[in-house]
Design a protein around this ligand. Structure first.
Ligand SMILES: Cc1cc2nc3c(=O)[nH]c(=O)nc-3n(C[C@H](O)[C@H](O)[C@H](O)COP(=O)(O)OP(=O)(O)OC[C@H]3O[C@@H](n4cnc5c(N)ncnc54)[C@H](O)[C@@H]3O)c2cc1C
Length: 514
């Protein structure tokens, strides 16, 4: 043992030191043994990765993999360049913040009518941070004939609005409808349910707003007073608003949707819409129990309203809504309209014989309207929807359906814009193309037909007589075109034109003989 530890013995100078050195050597060998028997610590994740990288670098795969990795990087770069993918939900969270005392959102929608609410619903559903600003408190009345066409029932069903309407008994199916031509030719058609629906606008607008709020849209009572467009330095719209208390506040938004109704004040303030409203319509209600109207809906064509018309609709609780629709080019002026509205009800024999002469009527209200669409409904980070874009049919006075369909198309285009990171006019032009394809051409056709009827109103007499004579086929076509389910271009089908022409000749000859 001494020999084995001779080093310690050599190091020591005296016997006392020999023992100390030997004791140290013994302790060192014991510690070494302990270290050897301890289990190896597990390598950390980083060590494993580094080891793996080292192995790859040392192997042949690296040399072969270089082109592969470069190709992969190039493809990822190309993909990102093409789509400029933005995580919408992430962005929305950021934009919802109140920064320096001012509010930020992704999309600011002005106007809480059907167009504004549908747009807010579709965007909020996809996680976009939407603010819906309506200047009036909910629920508030709106001047309307209250007929909702079947083309949007599915969208209302999706929003849960149809369910609410039926559940609460505030929607009524229009099951019979009639037409009276200028000279008195008339017919009544039984159409069954699932066609047009009559519902008071005050309730419809409220339910649609609630549906948007359920999806996460913020709805605030605000009147937008001024819009400051984005600049090169600041890519946000600044929207100056007035609160009901009279206080002012400013919002910032990447996108503005103008759904502010027929006057299109916002679009006009930025120079997108340059024309005034092109006509004026009126409405009054008849109290239940004071009328004798038997059908659910009737359209009259009194000569004094030409080329316009007069519509009677039965609503829930047996109220009647009476509306005068004056078309662009008509002789009735805005000042005359209330008097004309009253006179038609009192003095037009066909109308008074159908609804009764002793009716109790509410006040007559008139509003300016924009029909047939505007020339352009998009700009950089800005779109116009609904009646603000003139999306109202001049042939039947309907606009709710176009407001909802158009707003849905606007939301779709805006959503794509967010995903691409492109909300420029070039991208938003798609919205106009989509609107043109969906109903723009139909509105154009309606304007064209309305002009023809203005110059030759007897075509309407011939059409009414033709539908009465030929029954189901033409009636179906008329109903489909009226409700927007069928194209207005069907009216210029050669067989229809021929039938109307034959009837026209017959009617003219008959009146000449008389
Ligand atoms: C007499 C009459 C009868 C009609 N009958 C029918 C019918 O039977 N069927 C049919 O389908 N269509 C009918 N229409 C057309 C229909 O009313 C419109 O097409 C429809 O209201 C369009 O909806 P919108 O959301 O675009 O606009 P609106 O419903 O007009 O909503 C615009 C909203 O914007 C708000 N607003 C405006 N400016 C501001 C601002 N600065 N800040 C904040 N909010 C603002 C307004 O308060 C309003 O609530 C009728 C219209 C009239 C005038």
């Amino acid at each position: 043992w001494l020999r084995r530890n001779s080093v310690a013995v050599e190091r020591a100078s005296d016997s006392k030191e020999i023992f100390r050195e030997l004791f140290h050597t013994y302790q060192e060998s014991k510690a070494l043994k302990k270290v050897k028997t301890q289990p190896k610590p597990k390598p950390t994740k980083l060590e494993v990765v580094l080891l793996r990288v080292h192995q790859i670098l040392a192997s042949d795969i690296w040399k072969r993999g270089i082109p592969l990795i470069m190709a992969l990087v190039f493809l990822v770069w190309l993909y990102r360049k093409r789509t400029k993918q933005i995580s919408v939900k992430k962005k929305a969270k950021f934009d919802a913040q109140k920064i320096d005392g001012e509010y930020h959102c992704d999309v600011f929608i002005v106007g809480g009518g059907p167009a504004g609410s549908r747009c807010a619903y579709s965007l909020a559903k996809e996680g976009i941070r939407v603010l819906l600003a309506e200047k009036e408190p909910y629920p508030s009345d709106k001047i309307c004939g209250d007929v909702v066409a079947p083309t949007v029932h599915d969208m209302l069903r999706e929003m849960g609005v149809m369910h609410d309407l039926m559940q609460e008994g505030i929607g009524k199916w229009i099951t019979s409808r009639g037409l009276v031509s200028p000279s008195g030719n008339s017919f009544v058609a039984e159409v069954g349910t699932m066609h047009d629906l009559s519902v008071q606008r005050v309730l419809l607008d409220n339910l649609m707003k609630n549906a948007a709020v359920r999806q996460g849209a913020d709805c605030v009572q605000l009147e937008v007073t001024n819009l400051i467009p984005p600049t090169a330095m600041n890519s946000y719209w600044s929207i100056e608003c007035k609160q009901p208390s009279g206080k002012t506040c400013t919002y910032h938004s990447r996108m503005v949707v103008a759904a502010d109704g027929a006057t299109s004040n916002l679009s006009r303030s930025i120079g997108l819409v340059t024309s005034e409203t092109n006509t004026i319509w009126s409405r009054s209600f008849v109290k239940p129990g004071s009328h004798k109207f038997g059908a659910d809906f009737a359209i009259f064509h009194p000569p004094e309203l030409s080329p316009g018309f007069f519509i009677v609709t039965r609503e829930v609780e047996n109220y009647l809504s009476l509306c005068c629709f004056v078309m662009p080019g008509g002789k009735v002026t805005p000042e005359d309209l209330p008097a004309v509205h009253r006179r038609i009800i009192k003095e037009n024999e066909r109308i008074s014989s159908i609804i009764g002469s002793d009716i109790q009527m509410t006040e007559i209200q008139c509003v300016p309207v924009r029909v047939s669409g505007v020339h352009k409904c998009y700009a950089d980070q800005f779109v116009v929807v609904g009646s603000a874009a003139g999306h109202i049919d001049p042939l039947n006075g309907q606009g709710i359906q176009y407001a909802i369909i158009g707003a849905n198309l606007a939301a779709k285009t805006i959503l794509e814009g967010f995903k691409r990171g492109d909300l420029s006019a070039t991208h938003l032009q798609r919205y106009q193309t989509r609107v043109d394809n969906a109903f723009g051409w139909d509105l154009w056709m309606s304007s064209f037909l309305a002009k023809i009827l203005y110059y030759v109103p007897s075509i309407l007499d011939a059409t009414a007589a033709m539908i009465k004579r030929n029954g189901k086929g033409p009636l179906k076509l008329w109903l489909a075109a009226r409700s927007g389910r069928g194209s207005k271009f069907q009216f210029i089908r050669p067989d229809i034109i021929l039938m109307i022409f034959v009837e026209f000749v017959y009617q003219t000859a008959k009146s000449k003989i008389k």
